[in-house]
Design a protein around this ligand. Structure first.
Ligand SMILES: Nc1ncnc2c1ncn2[C@@H]1O[C@H](COP(=O)(O)OP(=O)(O)OP(=O)(O)O)[C@@H](O)[C@H]1O
Ligand SMILES: [Mg+2]
Length: 284
C-alpha cells in the first residue's frame, strides 16, 4: 500500500523559508520573541509560524513559557523584544482590545468567568468586545438595545455550538469545571477570532468532557478558525494537532508534526529530565 512520505518542515531543515504573511497561509508569525521577568527568561528568542486552518499545539514542561507566550501574544504582557505579526499586520505593540479586533481570541489557564452571573451573560461579554456599543452602553439607546438582542442570539448560538445549549440561565459558578471551560470557549468564539489561543482547555476535565472538547476543537477548525492549543494532555495533543512547537525553559527546542516531535530526543529529554549530554550520546 502507499505509505505517505510527506515530510513537513521541522526545526532542523525543511522547507525553504516562507516569509510571507496571510497570502501564504500564515496566520501568525512570531519572530525572536522574548519576555523576561527580571532575570527569568520566560520566553527566550522564540520564532515560529502558525498556518491557517491548523491546530498548532504549543507544548512543554511546567514553567516552560507557554502561558507567558499567550499573554505576550494577546498583549497582557509587553514583549521584551521581538515581533508579532497577525495576518500580515504588526501587532507587537497593540493594546489587548485592538488585538481582539484584529482577530485574536483566547481562554485562560485559570478560568476567568463571572461566577455569580448566568452563563449567557458571560458569553455576551465576549460578544460585546466586538459590538459598537460595548458592554456598558447596551441600555443606552434603541439601537444599542437592538444590538444587544443580536448579541444575545449570537451568544446562544455559541453556547449551542460548544454543546451547552440550554445552560444559558444557569449560574456559571455552579457548573462543573469542564463545562465552565466550554463556556470560556464559547465566550472566546463570540469575539469572532481568526486565531483562537487556548490555555490548557482539557485541564481538570473527565474523559467524557475531554472527548467533547476534542469534537468542539475539530468543529472550530471546520468553521475556518485557526487554533493554538496549549495543553498537557498528550493523548489529545497528539491526536488532534497538525503541528507542534515545543518549549523548554522559554526556548523552542523542537517543531514538527506530532510523530516527528514525539520521536525527538530533545523533547523526550525535556519531559523526562534527561541530561542533554545523554541525548547527544544517544544521537551518536
Ligand atoms: N508575571 C510573572 N512574573 C514573574 N515571573 C513569571 C510571571 N509569569 C510567569 N513567570 C515565570 O515565567 C516562567 C514561565 O511561566 P509560564 O506560566 O509561562 O509557564 P507554563 O509553560 O505556562 O507552565 P504551566 O505548564 O505550569 O502552566 C516560569 O518560570 C514562571 O515562574
Ligand atoms: Mg501555563
Amino acid at each position: 500500500m502507499t505509505s505517505s512520505s510527506t515530510r513537513v518542515s521541522a526545526v532542523h531543515g525543511g522547507d525553504a523559508a516562507t516569509t510571507g504573511s496571510a497570502a501564504s497561509g500564515v496566520v501568525l508569525k512570531i519572530e525572536s520573541l522574548s519576555k523576561h521577568f527580571g532575570g527569568v527568561k520566560a520566553v527566550d528568542d522564540v520564532s515560529f509560524e502558525i498556518q491557517a486552518g491548523h491546530i498548532h499545539s504549543l507544548i512543554g514542561p511546567n514553567g516552560s513559557g507557554k502561558s507567558t507566550m499567550i499573554n505576550v501574544l494577546t498583549g497582557l504582557y509587553d514583549a521584551t523584544s521581538g515581533k508579532i505579526t497577525l495576518l500580515g499586520k504588526d501587532i507587537t505593540r497593540n493594546k489587548p482590545h485592538d488585538r481582539v479586533s484584529a482577530g485574536l481570541g483566547r481562554t485562560f489557564q485559570n478560568i476567568r468567568l463571572f461566577k455569580e452571573m448566568p452563563v449567557l451573560d458571560n458569553v455576551m461579554i465576549g460578544r460585546h468586545a466586538r459590538t459598537r456599543s460595548g458592554f456598558f452602553r447596551v441600555l443606552a439607546s434603541p439601537a444599542a438595545r437592538k444590538e444587544d438582542l443580536a448579541t444575545r442570539e449570537r451568544a446562544l448560538d455559541e453556547l449551542e455550538f460548544v454543546g451547552m445549549g440550554g445552560a444559558g440561565d444557569l449560574l456559571a459558578g455552579g457548573l462543573s469545571y469542564g463545562r465552565q471551560r466550554l463556556v470560556e470557549i464559547a465566550r472566546a468564539l463570540a469575539t469572532d477570532p481568526t486565531l483562537l489561543l487556548l490555555d490548557e482547555p482539557a485541564a481538570g476535565l473527565n474523559p467524557a468532557e475531554t472527548e467533547q472538547l476534542d469534537v468542539v476543537l475539530r468543529n472550530i477548525v471546520k468553521r475556518g478558525i485557526t487554533v493554538m492549543l496549549v495543553e498537557h494532555d498528550m493523548n489529545l495533543v497528539m491526536a488532534i494537532s497538525d503541528h507542534l512547537t515545543v518549549l523548554n525553559f522559554g526556548k523552542k527546542i523542537a517543531e514538527g508534526r506530532p510523530e516527528e516531535v514525539q520521536a525527538d530526543p530533545h523533547v523526550i529529554s525535556a519531559y523526562l529530565g534527561t541530561d542533554e549530554a545523554e541525548v547527544e550520546d544517544a544521537q551518536g
